[in-house]
Design a protein around this ligand. Structure first.
Ligand SMILES: *Cc1c(COP(=O)(O)O)cnc(C)c1O
Ligand SMILES: [Zn+2]
Length: 387
């Protein structure tokens, strides 16, 4: 609703909405959705939210999809922002929260992106959807496509967690396993999509997954009574959630819901695949492809992200940073979070904890600050990671 147009995130070129589009026709970078926020805020008020549906579509006025009947939903989003006092206490932090995205349909926050992307693909007339995935995006796309009655074609590395392969097969997707990484899978989709008539729903190569994921930002604000945290720690692959939250904060400020203060945004990556951390440290705006990417946190095994500059801009403009942690550290953190708080995190989500500890040890996060960690998925999909 209230969409005015699409805008290139790099060159600013305006593109028409309500058409199936992928990247900017001029520079090949991601397109972002722009809204008439003055119109949106007339009915979308803080007060109105109290009586709305308990899922991410509660923010209807700032989500795409013109016609409600095109929304394909399992009730995703509006996940709990769980206080983590025992974990906080054990590391010396007074106000720690975990946004538990493992409680989403298909057990990860990829559901947020896919409800928006599949609803829009349906509205705009796509029939066959294709995606390269490190795992959870595939599971989410397969489920939403089935619910929409659309066909979907999934390309994953052969060593993707088995749970992701099985869930796709059991929800009727066409699954191809490839030798190589998500970038190789993406190249295969790119090569074949025209001849096959596939619409490419790769992250940030279509404009709507980021719209779904931006609801993370609206929810954190609403759940903290419109006072944003001091620090947000986010396990970053393609960066869609971080880019989305950053966009949501701007939209909320334009609607007069929050001021100009922002959380410090922190990217966490695995030491075996840390292109954003490397680019951040070198002061670069675009990240080089990370060689020989390897980590058990499969969602972080993204050696090259098309939205790299958007991630890096958000980290720098927020006064945040980028941290890498080893696989040993993130697996140990899964047990530590589970034992103290009872949340069985995905390894990606668990990676936030050793990153936070490093920032506290460096004095970059103070014991009195309010910190939100993103547990982006459930540990149940990752049996192979736990030996
Ligand atoms: C995809 C994924 C990530 C990375 O998310 P991006 O928005 O692509 O950076 C993190 N954790 C899990 C569990 C994922 O599935
Ligand atoms: Zn452009």
């Amino acid at each position: 609703m209230n969409v005015t147009h699409l805008e290139c995130a790099l060159c600013g070129l305006r593109h028409e909405a309500q058409r199936l589009l992928n990247l900017c026709r001029e520079c090949g970078k991601p397109l972002l959705v722009r809204y008439d926020l003055d119109k949106a805020k007339q009915s979308l008020t803080k007060e109105s939210l109290g009586s709305r549906r308990p899922d991410m579509w509660r923010y209807r006025e700032v989500l795409p999809v013109a016609d409600d009947s095109n929304i394909v939903s399992f009730g995703e989003g509006w996940t709990p922002l769980l206080p983590a006092p025992r974990l906080g206490n054990s590391i010396g932090l007074s106000e720690l929260y975990i946004k538990d995205e493992g409680q989403n349909p298909t057990q990860s926050f990829k559901a947020r992106g896919m409800t928006a992307a599949v609803s829009m693909a349906k509205e705009l007339g796509a029939k066959k959807l294709a995606v390269p995935s490190a795992g959870n995006a595939a599971g989410a796309l397969a489920a939403y496509a089935a619910r929409a009655g659309l066909e979907c074609f999934i390309f994953m590395p052969r060593d993707t967690p088995r749970a992701n392969v099985v869930e796709c097969e059991q929800t009727g997707a066409h699954v191809t396993l490839m030798d190589g990484l998500i970038t190789d899978c993406g190249a295969e989709v790119g090569r074949r999509k025209e001849a096959e008539g596939w619409f490419d729903v790769s992250t940030l190569k279509e404009p709507y997954r980021v719209e779904g994921k931006k609801t993370l930002g609206y929810e954190v604000a609403e759940q903290l009574n419109w006072e944003l945290p001091d620090v947000i720690i986010y396990p970053t692959g393609g960066g869609t959630g971080l880019i989305g939250m950053w966009k949501a904060f701007d939209e909320m400020e334009q609607m007069g819901w929050i001021g100009s203060k922002r959380p410090r945004m922190v990217t966490v990556q695995a030491a075996g695949c840390a292109p954003i951390v490397k680019a951040f440290e070198k002061g670069e705006r675009f990240a080089a492809e990370f060689p020989n990417a390897a980590t058990t946190a499969s969602g972080l095994r993204v050696p090259k992200a098309i939205g790299d500059f958007l991630i890096l801009d958000a980290l720098r403009n927020s006064g945040g940073t980028a941290v890498s942690v080893t696989d040993e550290e993130l697996i140990a953190a899964t047990g530590e979070i589970g034992t103290t708080e009872g949340i069985f995190c995905a390894p990606e989500g668990a990676a936030c904890l050793p990153a936070l500890k490093k920032l506290m040890a460096d004095g970059q996060v103070k014991s009195t600050e309010r910190v939100v960690l993103f547990n982006t998925g459930s540990g149940v999909k990752y049996m192979e990671s736990f030996g």
